[in-house]
Unconditional design. Structure first.
Ligand code: COA
Length: 374
């Protein structure tokens, strides 16, 4: 049967197995290697979660300390990579910067045989914020920053490089929590793209380069930037309600709502929403939060569509002074853990991923030579 628009996009199709994550599974919800996302968001650090995904278990205190120390040594950028980053134009999208950065790193630090895969995963996790913010600060501030900070966490490192000073503990913790929420999500589009590339026995840099390309689009990771563009258009809840009603009447998509797998809510939203309210309070201006809640209410009342992880993540990042165009790249700095874990899982039991297609083209045609064609 030919896939219709409704049944297309492999919706509902099981395309393989994974021990990394459940998404909306009855009785389990969202879990990473069997751990509930709420337990992890409330009690773990992003580094513990990264270790869980890429090293297979939660670290003990000594393992965590060694992991944090190792990541800190992997934040530096080789001179040739810095030169490449400087050549990427200031008006490029930072997702393209990360895509090029990872791809170039694959040239100067090739994976070699797969026995190095955990080391490559650690290196990418440690240096993705460095690449992004080296490029950003080079063009914004005309400065060549040192990317090796003394911050223990990826979140602290990111905010330190961005703002040129260590962040407040509250901001660091909020970013850390969003990194936990974004880290892994089963066979989403970018992860699946990475697994398809891995299935050909290609290298990890190629798989991650492809995954970044897939995440970039507004139907996937790019939704957090699009959600910000939406909410900052409105200056009050009433204006937002009227505006979104108009958009729905014109059949426009409201970014940050809906999900392929979840049907009634996205469990990550409650955590992001709580942080958004707290940071709005801290900033002393509830407008953006009130606008966001108004959009959420209209979407539920009119379409029974709920905010996904990207919607309130947008205002959380905004309140921390992060420019909108860095929102999706932050997703990369987190999801790199899930992606690399999936690369390793795919390799452990590899089979080339090559589905079939329903042919809907013309029947067999008679070939006409070029000089006889009208
Ligand atoms: N705004 C308005 N309408 C939406 C919508 C949204 N965000 N999401 C889904 N719909 C509508 C569709 O227009 C469609 O309506 P129709 O039946 O009248 O044609 C219906 O809901 C089903 O949507 P569909 O696109 O078939 O669902 P999907 O499973 O293929 O799509 C998404 C899932 C995530 C791609 C989709 O909800 C979307 O585009 N969301 C906005 C982008 C986004 O936030 N992405 C991040 C996901 S974590």
């Amino acid at each position: 049967m030919t896939a219709s628009k409704k049944t297309g996009g492999l919706a509902g199709v099981t395309a393989g197995s994974t021990a990394l994550c459940t998404v909306g599974k009855e009785g389990a919800g969202l879990t990473y290697r069997g751990y509930d996302i709420y337990d992890l968001a409330d009690n773990a650090s992003f580094e513990e979660v990264a270790y869980l995904l890429t090293h297979g278990k939660l670290p003990n205190p000594a393992e965590l300390a060694a992991y944090i120390a190792r990541l800190k040594t992997l934040r530096g950028l080789p001179e040739k990579l810095r030169q490449v980053l400087e050549m990427i134009p200031a008006n490029a999208h930072p997702m393209d910067v990360q895509r090029t950065g990872v791809s170039f790193l694959g040239n100067i630090e090739p994976e070699g045989d797969f026995s190095n895969q955990v080391a490559v995963a650690d290196r990418l996790l440690a240096c993705l914020p460095s690449m992004l913010l080296y490029w950003h600060r080079f063009h914004q501030d005309r400065t060549r920053i040192e990317t090796e900070t003394d911050d223990d966490s990826v979140a602290g490192h990111f905010l330190h490089l961005l703002h040129d000073k260590p962040p407040s503990e509250r901001h660091r913790k909020c970013l850390d929590t969003t990194l936990i929420l974004y880290a892994e999500h089963e066979f989403n589009a970018s992860t699946f793209a990475g697994r398809v590339i891995t299935g050909t026995l290609s290298d990890m840099h190629s798989a991650i380069t492809g995954a970044i390309g897939a995440l970039r689009g507004p139907l996937h990771g790019g939704a957090n930037e699009a959600a910000m563009a939406l909410i900052e258009k409105f200056s009050s809840a009433d204006e937002a309600t009227a505006g979104v009603l108009g958009m729905l009447a014109r059949k426009e998509l409201i970014m940050g709502f809906g999900h392929r797998v979840y049907t009634t809510s996205d469990p990550r939203n409650a955590v992001n929403k709580r942080m958004s309210k707290m940071l709005a309070n801290e900033a002393g201006d509830m407008t953006l939060y009130d606008v966001s809640e108004a959009v959420e209410k209209v979407m539920w009342d009119e379409k029974k569509l709920f905010a996904n992880a990207d919607f309130f993540a947008a205002s959380v990042y905004h309140f921390m002074g992060i420019p909108t165009y860095l929102f999706t790249p932050i997703f990369v700095c987190s999801r790199i853990t899930g992606w690399t874990a999936h690369v390793m899982e795919q390799r452990a039991n590899n089979k080339l991923i090559r589905p079939a297609a329903d042919y809907i083209g013309p029947g067999l045609q008679k070939f006409v030579p070029i000089d006889e064609r009208k």
